[in-house]
Design a binder for this molecule. Structure first.
Ligand code: ADP
Length: 456
């Protein structure tokens, strides 16, 4: 017992073979295996052995400093993610140095950080070697910021990195933060630009976007528009202006505008034979009776044409209720869709995230008790789901029909097969990234890289 090293709940350790002389780790005897928060993970074979190449941010709260590492893969392990989903992750073997002693440990590579720590030391790595004093931290000493700088330097954006603008309204939103982070991780110069603070020179010989304070936003390689519904008109004009300056737009302004109009996008889906619930649209209340019949009678769903996040989606159980809701909406001059109610969906729908013609992630959303709308904002919950090839296909066709490179396609499972409910041009990343544990923001950045390569 005397020769065991005493450590606290957090310690600095070294993983020299990975090029990580100092990394702050959380000591977690509740976890069996140790883990490293890695990204850009790629496995390859060399001389009959399996290796993994990955990047890591070695310094806590610093996403600009990146260290590229390579390790020998000794195993693949099922790791339970926060969503309860099992995932196979590579395990590497590497020496750890702690308190002047060095020994081999196994480490899984994960793509989630644990409370900001880049490393977690689990039981296996500590067995017979250490004693934990949970009241203490850094029993083995600390590493200064200067030392860290010496070890890792400060990584500037890559010389051939792109200048990418996230065009949105709130820099604090999870999705916007993740896009900036994912771009920086890949060596690009990322900038958040607030839509409402842009103004434009629309003369034909000199299209320009200016930013509040007088700055000219030129030299932008690509933009990622994340336009909130209330900003659709102005946001699409700014995106269009960036397009005319030659910047690549991940979701062009025309497709975003189309997707914001439920009727227009459903009409586009229908021309591509994408299955959807029977849907009616009429101008005059005189046609209400026929419209109700057309969608198969009640119960039916009435939707405001410009509603989002489930607001303005109403379930009418009886003909009387349907007639009075339709007449109330009409008296407010609101445009509405009347739609067959898919009862057997049982308050569930599927969100498929499509990037560049591929479904890169999907989740099932389930409505809160007593609610038929599965929107997460209305208390719905999300869980992993395996989609069928038919669902995958209609999600891809739907995104293509509207012209979106990045789309959240909502699908409902009916007796007669999957049906598309709607298509979203700024799908939120939080639910899908946390449930699937996939780096969706990174895939969006990689899509831009690909498209710009294709252009040249
Ligand atoms: P929004 O764009 O406001 O989210 P949706 O058309 O996606 O509007 O509807 C919100 C939710 O209501 C869906 O996620 C789904 O759970 C439920 N829903 C919508 N249309 C139907 C329908 N025809 N049948 C059954 N449930 C529906």
């Amino acid at each position: 017992m005397e020769d065991k090293i005493v450590i606290g709940q957090e310690e600095w350790c070294g993983l020299e073979e990975l090029g990580l002389p100092a990394i702050k780790a959380r000591v977690d005897s509740g976890a069996k295996t140790s883990s490293l928060h890695a990204f850009n993970i790629h496995q390859f074979e060399e001389a009959g052995k399996r290796y993994v190449h990955f990047d890591i941010h070695p310094i806590q709260n610093d996403r600009k400093t990146i260290q590229s590492c390579r390790g020998l893969v000794v195993d693949k392990r099922n790791v339970k993610s926060s969503s309860g989903d099992k995932e196979r992750r590579p395990v590497i073997k590497t020496p750890i140095t702690l308190g002047g002693e060095t020994w081999d440990i196994e480490v899984t590579l994960t793509n989630r950080d644990t409370m900001g720590y880049r490393m977690l030391i689990g039981r296996e790595a500590m067995a017979n070697r250490v004693l934990i004093d949970p009241d203490r931290s850094f029993c083995l000493g600390t590493v200064s910021t200067d030392e860290l700088k010496q070890y890792y330097g400060t990584v500037r954006p890559k010389k051939d990195g792109l200048r990418i603008v996230v065009l949105a309204s709130n820099p604090e939103l999870y999705s916007n933060k993740r896009l900036i982070e994912a771009g920086e991780e890949r060596g690009h110069e990322m900038r958040f630009v607030n839509i409402s603070q842009c103004y434009m020179n629309i003369s034909s010989n000199n299209p320009e976007v200016h930013y509040r304070g007088g700055q000219l936003l030129d030299d932008v390689d690509a933009i990622i528009p994340r336009i909130k519904p209330a900003m659709t008109f102005y946001g699409c004009s700014v995106a269009r202006q960036f397009e005319s300056t030659g910047a690549y737009c991940l979701n062009d302004s025309v497709s975003i505008a189309r997707s914001r109009d439920k009727l227009r996008s459903l009409q586009m889906l229908s021309t591509k034979r994408v299955p959807m619930p029977t849907t009616g649209f009429a101008n005059s209340p005189m046609d209400t009776t026929d419209i109700i019949k057309m969608v198969g009678g009640t119960p039916l769903v009435i939707k405001l044409l410009e509603g989002t996040q489930g607001k303005g989606v109403v379930l009418a159980e009886t003909v009387k209720a349907a007639e009075s809701v339709i007449s109330a909406f009409k008296s407010l001059q609101a445009n509405i869709l009347v739609q067959e109610f898919i009862k057997e969906a049982d308050g569930k729908d599927i969100r498929c995230l499509v990037i560049d013609g591929k479904v890169v992630g999907s989740i099932q959303r389930e409505a809160a008790a007593g609610e038929f709308r599965a929107n997460l904002h209305l208390g719905g919950s999300a869980s992993p789901v395996k989609i069928t090839s038919a669902e995958r296909k209609i999600a891809v066709v739907a995104a293509k029909a509207v012209g979106l490179q990045v789309a959240g396609v909502d699908i409902i499972r009916s007796k007669s097969g999957p049906k598309v409910l709607e298509i979203n041009s700024s799908p939120g990343l939080e639910g899908i990234e946390s449930v699937t544990e996939k780096d969706i923001a990174g895939l969006m950045i990689e899509c831009i890289e690909r498209k710009l390569r294709e252009r040249t």
